[in-house]
Each structure stands twice: as structure tokens, then as C-alpha cells.
Design a protein around this ligand. Structure first.
Ligand code: NAP
Length: 308
């Protein structure tokens, strides 16, 4: 079977750290081109400055991976789908829920694959956590996602703009895990978003959810954490406590702790290839919907200006 010719669009941190190595490691794909306005691309691979240029004058592609900031994702995805090109959307899949719905119906009409990728769902501990929790009664959930924005997002102006999500950019990863592992749906009850006086997006958020069985879910998101970083989910159940730490990589159950190799992006590309080969899409907006609800229902509090 011929490899899927793919272009990586938006060559920034995540494209270089994860997408390019994952594509190079998967024989179902061949890297046909890179697209980025300022980045020079990679040696011996055609590079173009815009998706328009790629589609007009560049090498033929079957698929694109959109690794840009979310604010420009819709226009790029719509342009690709118009030509029947399969689309991998980095998380979050769009800047609004309505644009993702429009993309989903466009992909359906043209018979192309649309994949809303949630990389944290492919962390090693997540699938076994989901299987273990399927049998349990959930009593309480505590999500702590505290990291240092200066370490993880230096100089990323887009992340502080409307649609950039601020602290929900990492926080949505936690929500992608929790929506996947908990057996019941859950929804927001109250939220407080702390927004720096000089920015459009939150630097911290405190959120209380409730699942349809009445279990309380608390989420503490903060970008001002220096020193040790926390990406932890604790689920108390009728059969003891489950803990996912390191963003889902390490799973602790009452029976012991399991560590495994990082497999998030190889897992995403294996899934994308399967979806393309079987003519299907996978567009789950649950994590984005909960973030949208936080902006809809949350109380805003202005906090100290943030200087990079
Ligand atoms: P980034 O380092 O700022 O890279 C984004 C790149 O997109 C920029 O370098 C820019 O390229 C390019 N770009 C902007 N507009 C474009 C357009 N219209 N056409 C083509 N390219 C365009 O951001 P990032 O950290 O890689 O994050 C990108 C996305 O991945 C975000 O949605 C983020 O949530 C997600 N993500 C990030 C991480 C992470 O650890 N950083 C992890 C998982 C997912 P030029 O430099 O050439 O202008």
C-alpha cells in the first residue's frame, strides 16, 4: 500500500518535538512537505510559506497535520477539506465549537477523514485507567494541573489572545483524559477564572464539576507554579484510589504503580492512518465543550499583570 503523503502545517514547538519524529517513525506516512510562514522547514523536504502555496504549486499531498495555533485552524482545515485532503487537527480542534462542527460536516460531505487529536488520551496510563474505572463507583475526583508558563510557553503570544485558551491550553489535556476515563458524563457547576490585567486569557482557574451520578470533580489549574510541576488526576472509588500522574504517563492503583514508555504521538499517527484507511473520522469535542462552558459560566477575576 502506498504511504499517505502528509504535509505538516505550522512548524513550531510541537511539530518539531513530536509530529516530525512520529511521522518519520511510521511507515504508513511519508513527509511530502512542511508549511510555515517563518520557519525554514527541514532539510531535503519541500517547504512552503502557506497552505495556499502548497495546494497551488507544491507537491501532491493526501493529508495535512495542522500544528498551528488554534485561531487559524478552521481556515486551514476548510481549505484542505475542500480538496478532499484528510486533516489531523492538533488540540484544541478549533477556536470555537461551531467551527469544529462545520468542519466535521464538511469532511463527511467530501468523504475525507477529520481527526481531532487528543494526545494525552494516548499517554500510557490512560487506557488501563479507563478499563479499571469502568467497573467502579466514582466517589470524588481531584485534578491538579500546575505548571510554569515561562518554562513551557515562552514567548507564545497567541496563547494569551482570545481563542488561545491561556491556562486551558494545558488544562484541556487533563479534561481530555478525564472525559475519556470516567464512566459517566460530567458538567460544570461553578468556576473562577483569574485573568492577568494585561492579558485576554486566564492564568489560573478553579472549577467544580459534578457527574450524572452526583460525584464531585474539582480541578485546580495554575500557570504560576515554579519548582516541581503537577499533572495529576486522583479518582477515589468504592474499590480504592486511582492516581494518574505525569500527565497520564504513570498509573497507580491499589495493586501497585505502572510506568511505561511515552507513546502519545506514535499512537496518534497510528490512529490517523487507521481512520484514513477505513474512511472514518474521529471528532470528539467533549474537552473543548467543558472549556467553552468555563468561559460561559465562570466568574472572572482580574489578577496581577503577567510579563513574559
Ligand atoms: P508554536 O511553537 O507557537 O508553533 C506554532 C507555529 O504555527 C508557529 O511556529 C507558526 O510558524 C505556525 N503558524 C502560525 N500561523 C500559521 C499559518 N497560518 N500557516 C502555517 N503555519 C502557521 O506553538 P506550539 O507549541 O507548537 O503549539 C501549536 C499547537 O499545538 C497548539 O494548538 C498547542 O495547543 C498544540 N500543542 C502544543 C504542545 C506543546 O508542548 N507546545 C503540546 C501539544 C499540543 P512560523 O514560526 O513559521 O510563523
Amino acid at each position: 500500500m502506498d504511504p499517505i503523503r502528509i504535509a505538516v502545517v505550522g512548524v513550531g514547538k510541537i511539530a518539531r518535538d513530536q509530529h516530525l519524529p512520529a511521522i518519520a517513525g511510521n511507515r504508513a506516512f511519508s513527509l511530502a512537505a512542511t508549511v510555515s510562514p517563518h520557519d525554514p522547514g527541514v532539510p531535503e523536504v519541500p517547504h512552503l510559506e502557506s497552505l495556499e502555496q502548497l495546494l497551488e504549486d507544491g507537491p501532491a499531498v493526501d493529508a495535512v497535520a495542522l500544528c498551528t495555533p488554534p485561531q487559524v485552524r478552521y481556515g486551514l482545515a476548510a481549505m484542505a477539506l475542500k480538496r478532499g485532503i484528510h486533516v489531523f487537527l492538533e488540540k484544541p480542534p478549533g477556536a470555537t465549537l461551531a467551527e469544529v462542527a462545520a468542519l466535521e460536516s464538511r469532511a463527511d460531505k467530501v468523504g475525507a477523514t477529520l481527526f481531532a487529536a487528543w494526545h494525552s488520551r494516548f499517554a500510557a496510563g490512560v487506557a488501563p485507567a479507563r478499563a479499571w474505572l469502568a467497573e467502579r463507583r466514582i466517589e470524588r475526583v481531584e485534578i491538579t494541573w500546575r505548571e510554569d508558563v515561562r518554562v513551557w510557553h515562552p514567548g507564545q503570544a497567541w496563547i494569551w489572545e482570545p481563542g488561545g485558551l491561556g491556562v486551558f491550553d494545558p488544562g484541556i489535556n487533563a479534561l481530555s483524559i478525564v472525559t475519556h476515563i470516567l464512566p459517566r458524563p460530567f458538567f460544570l457547576k461553578t468556576a473562577t477564572l483569574e485573568i492577568p490585567a494585561n492579558r485576554a486569557a486566564p492564568i489560573a482557574a478553579d472549577m467544580h464539576f459534578c457527574d450524572t451520578g452526583g460525584a464531585a470533580i474539582h480541578m485546580d489549574l495554575d500557570w504560576r507554579q515554579t519548582g516541581p510541576q503537577s499533572w495529576d488526576i486522583i479518582v477515589e472509588t468504592d474499590a480504592g484510589t486511582l492516581k494518574l500522574s505525569n500527565g497520564g504517563a504513570v498509573l497507580s492503583l491499589p495493586s501497585g504503580t505502572e510506568h511505561a514508555e511515552d507513546h502519545e504521538y506514535p499512537g496518534l499517527y497510528a490512529r490517523f492512518a487507521t481512520l484514513i484507511r477505513s474512511g472514518r473520522s474521529d471528532v470528539d469535542v467533549d474537552p473543548l465543550r467543558l472549556v467553552a462552558d468555563a468561559f460561559l459560566r465562570g466568574k472572572r477575576a482580574t489578577t496581577e499583570a503577567f510579563i513574559d
